[in-house]
Design a protein around this ligand. Structure first.
Ligand code: CP
Ligand code: NVA
Length: 300
């Protein structure tokens, strides 16, 4: 494993190995064990979109591993003034041991990896969010004991979260269903791959998707960069939310997850969000442990 650009690039064994290391790092941290596996290593973190969890967990993660993280906002670095990604890649490769990037186009992340000579980690693009889904898989395994055979249902927009959940879920032997409006289906390449490699249902019927699900997952209707489409999306996504009917259709023991930030009263009802806050904030915490595992795999 040279980079983490998207989950499709990882083997099942590599995903298991990351999840196992993440569990170990979490356990050690809880027991006060220091683990400076990345002493002296430097990670650049490029952000062209906002972030709370990704930024803080990567920065804290590098600190706890004995390394250092640099926050590089596109408002400050020359990338934001038009310096090409291929030049940024070659320059940063001379200073750093790894780069994490959150941006719009998946191609920019791939280019950063292709032109640079150090590991690149995708901290979210419009296409996918692999770091989040590694933390999600870790959380599901913590609560359910294993992943294989579980049914994971995503309700909402077929963009980054849906694409990564489909790939991650199918790779781990889960059955995946996605409920979304017809105009907002997941990436066609992702659904074609999933249908060849496992069980995926994409439907506009939320209750059909949620039937007997072990995990219900949702995300905002308008993602970062889509703020201008807020009104159109509010209409298109009406009903694509986790409410009492969806909970009733799912398995009695179903977990509810959300990558956060949440829009209460849109994609999930307030009461349901709060009833499942423990697992949702465990999920947020697990970003730290899962990313530390990825950092160890790539930078050590
Ligand atoms: N879930 C997630 O990636 O959160 P941030 O946007 O706060 O990083
Ligand atoms: N789909 C959301 C995920 C945020 C973590 C977005 O891209 O804004």
């Amino acid at each position: 494993m040279k980079h983490l650009l998207k989950l499709a690039d990882l083997s099942v064994e590599e995903i298991f190995s990351i999840l196992n290391l993440a569990d170990q790092l979490k356990y050690e941290r809880k027991n006060g064990v220091r683990h400076p596996h990345l002493a002296g290593k430097k990670l650049g973190m490029i952000f062209t979109k906002s972030s709370t969890r990704t930024r803080v967990s990567f920065e804290v993660g590098m600190y706890e591993l004995g390394g250092h993280a640099l926050f590089l906002s596109d408002r400050d670095i020359q990338l934001g003034r038009g310096e090409p990604i291929k030049d940024t890649a070659r320059v940063l490769s001379r200073y750093l041991d790894g780069i994490m990037i959150r941006t719009f186009k998946q191609q920019d992340v791939e280019d950063l990896a292709n032109y640079g000579s150090i590991p690149v980690i995708n901290g979210l693009t419009d296409y996918c969010h692999p770091c989040q889904v590694l933390a999600d898989l870790m959380t599901i395994r913590e609560y359910k004991g294993s992943l294989k055979g579980l049914k994971l249902c995503f309700v909402g927009d077929g963009n980054n979260m849906a694409n990564s959940l489909i790939v991650g879920g199918i790779k781990m032997g889960m059955q995946v269903s996605v409920a979304c409006p017809d105009a907002y289906r997941p990436d066609a390449g992702v659904t074609a791959w999933a249908q060849q490699n496992g069980q995926l249902l994409v439907t506009s019927d939320v209750l059909t998707a949620a039937k007997d699900a072990d995990v219900l997952y949702t995300d905002v209707w308008a993602s970062m960069g889509q703020e201008g489409e807020k009104e159109i999306r509010e209409k298109a996504f009406k009903g694509f939310c986790i409410n009492k009917d969806v909970i009733a259709a799912a398995d009695k023991e179903a977990m509810v997850l959300h990558c956060l930030p949440v829009h209460r009263g849109e994609e999930i009802e307030e009461e349901i969000f709060e009833a499942h806050a423990q697992e949702i904030f465990d999920e947020a915490e697990n970003r730290l442990h899962a990313q530390k595992a990825v950092l160890c795999k790539l930078l050590k």
